[in-house]
Design a protein around this ligand. Structure first.
Ligand code: 5AD
Length: 453
């Protein structure tokens, strides 16, 4: 089983390459030795992760060819934007027109969109976001697997079910062997090309041990590895990058410093931002964003969240609803509605139509069974699948009744591919159409494809 379409190298300039598949062109960075024009590769998130034998590439491309154009036609049909705006307020219609024409929207205009209430206007908002997603990013949808390798956490975040507030939760820490086995299954059996390794801030798993595991994974499998283990500090980030991690999933949770300090006792926003910026400069791809529905959060805060995330030039945005956990101080918080979440996704896409991917979070899926379809038709183009071993998955309890906590991997894949097929999305992730994210920092380390020690 394979979730990516091979691309052919049509240009090489140092470590930057241009890939082509079915007429689509993408940019990526490579770390492979002796990569040549005409080679076929897999790329993820702008990184070339593996070279493939031309015969194998030809057969995979053959499998995709017909399907790909069918999917593209379906997406085109579903993403069309009608000009029918009769039930839309004149002032709002002007903002929509500016968004469609891609004139830069002022903060107040984005705020107007975030504060929309009427059904017709909301429907049009989602459509505009979906249209811009199609226009700039095509029908590709990336699928990342997530392995939650430890639920131990020394943090006391007021919202989080694996924080120190939850004394009842049985905790687990996967061993090196168990992590390697979970990765092996995800890559060799299920065909994942990008994995997120997530955990709480676990004081009993030294960074060097994690670095050694990442180095071993990179040596054994072609894979884009995102780390997501809270704040590991700038030296820790460098250590993990040198070990072979190439992405960081870390939300700043909220752009409002007071709110941040309130919900994350003992922490300050500036430290988190410093680490995000340092990671960006090291060459990490970033997935970042925040929580929607923190008590006391305003729509201006949400707008600032989107703008702060955008200022980091992320590879992917991740905004999801807060879902109260009964064992935390925010037990009585009220989750936002699906429309609130969808609105943030759509405005995020409108604020950054070209560059970044946008994920439908598991929290949104937990809030609403139809979240994936709602998200993917409001500007999103990425989904996560949970590939944590079954035995421990339910106890990674960030919030109750998490989506996919008890679904088999093959079941998740079937449901996902079905939905993507229906929406005309191709499960591919070859890189970026825009060289901007590649322009900022091409790290000079590890030029031979073997992670530094
Ligand atoms: N509801 C929704 N998301 C949560 N997270 C933690 N607790 C919750 C909750 N109760 C999210 C945080 C964190 C990510 C790993 O999980 O945003 O960054």
């Amino acid at each position: 089983m394979c979730y990516a379409i091979p691309g052919k190298i049509i240009a090489i300039e140092g470590r930057r390459v241009t890939l082509e598949y079915f007429g689509e062109k993408r940019e990526a960075i490579h770390e492979l030795p002796a990569l040549a024009l005409g080679d076929y590769v897999y790329a993820q998130g702008g990184w070339v992760i593996d070279r493939i034998d031309p015969a194998e590439a030809a057969s995979i491309l053959e499998f995709w060819r017909e399907q790909f154009f069918q999917l593209q036609a379906t997406d085109l049909r579903l993403s069309r934007l009608s000009s029918e705006k009769s039930e839309i307020d004149r002032h709002v219609a002007v903002v929509f027109d500016r968004a469609i024409e891609e004139l830069p929207l002022r903060d107040e205009e984005l705020l107007t969109l975030l504060e929309l209430k009427s059904g017709h206007e909301l429907d049009y908002l989602y459509k505009v976001a979906n249209f811009l997603r199609y226009k700039h990013q095509g029908n590709s949808c990336c699928i990342h697997g997530i392995i939650e390798f430890s639920s131990h956490c020394s943090g006391s975040c007021l919202y989080c079910g694996i924080s120190t507030w939850n004394r009842e939760l049985p905790r687990y820490r996967l061993t090196r062997e168990e992590i390697l086995e979970a990765v092996r299954e995800a890559v060799e059996i299920w065909g994942f090309k990008a994995l997120v390794l997530q955990s709480g801030e676990d004081p009993d798993r030294p960074i060097d041990e994690l670095a050694a595991i990442i180095t071993e994974i990179r040596a054994r499998w072609p894979l884009l590895i995102f780390i997501s283990c809270g704040e590991v500090g700038i030296p820790g980030l460098q250590r993990l990058f040198n070990a072979g991690a190439r992405g960081l999933l870390m939300r700043f949770e909220t752009s409002n410093p007071e709110l941040y300090a309130r919900i994350r006792p003992g922490r300050i926003l500036e430290n988190r931002m410093e680490q995000l910026r340092a990671a960006r400069d090291m060459g990490y791809l970033l997935i970042t964003g925040g929580l929607i529905g923190i008590p006391g959060q305003t729509s201006r805060d949400l707008l600032n969240d989107i703008l702060l995330a955008r200022s980091l030039r992320p590879d992917m945005y991740s905004f999801g609803p807060l879902i109260p956990h009964p064992a935390t101080p925010l037990a009585k918080a009220v989750s936002p509605s699906s429309a609130e979440v969808r609105k943030v996704l759509a405005v995020c896409r409108i604020a950054d139509p070209r560059e970044s991917r946008l994920v439908v979070t598991t929290a949104f899926e937990t809030l609403d069974e139809t979240a994936r379809e709602q998200g993917l038709t409001s500007g999103a183009n990425s989904v996560m699948m949970n590939v944590t071993p079954d035995a421990v998955r339910p106890s990674y309890e960030l919030y109750p009744d998490r989506a996919h906590a008890r679904e088999s991997i093959s079941g998740q894949i079937d449901v996902t591919l079905n939905l993507l097929g229906r929406l005309g999305r191709a499960p591919t992730d070859l890189g970026t159409r825009d060289s901007r994210i590649l322009g900022s920092s091409v790290p000079e380390s590890s030029t031979n494809g073997i992670p530094d020690q």
